[in-house]
Design a protein around this ligand. Sequence first.
Ligand code: ADP
Length: 175
Amino acid sequence: MKTIRDIKIECVRGDISKQEDISAIVNAANAQLRTGSGVAGAIHRAAGPGLAEECRPLAPIKPGDAVISGAHNLPNDYVIHCLGPVYGQDKPEDKLLANCYRNALILAEENSVRSISFPAISTGVFGYPMQEAAQIAFSTIKDTLPELKTVKEIRFVLFSEEDLKLHEKVMEEVL
Ligand code: ADP
């Protein structure tokens, strides 16, 4: 755990759809903002069909984009849907992944969100190498911190112990 500019940044092992004390959770979405595998599947399953219904008019989104919706049956206030780049396909992938983190944080700020949880965007079916993705995530957060006023807590939620360890290491190096 780190505290910078009065903002707490931490990594935990868990399920992004079970972050009860967090205001906004970030979805590793698909362009159509529909349910899917991985993070999107878990979020839509827990939220119920109202989430896909609310999202329909907001789709399609492009790599790097972020849009916000209600959280429906999830224990949160908002879901921020980001479309990560497909590794080796959407270019430049590092900029597009950085845009996801930056745009999500700015949207959170615009909606007076106090706490936000991120999954490791693009590192599942989109194939982004975990270490490179983590470096981009933390350096983008670092660059965006000076613009944050309402956001006071940023939590990474990693699915495996290995991914958690890697994120903790990269966080120490980058922040
Ligand atoms: P993408 O399509 O952006 O690659 P995925 O949902 O396939 O997104 O995976 C992103 C990352 O989230 C992967 O590292 C995967 O292991 C992890 N993940 C999958 N399900 C969950 C979950 N319920 N909570 C947190 N992380 C998850």
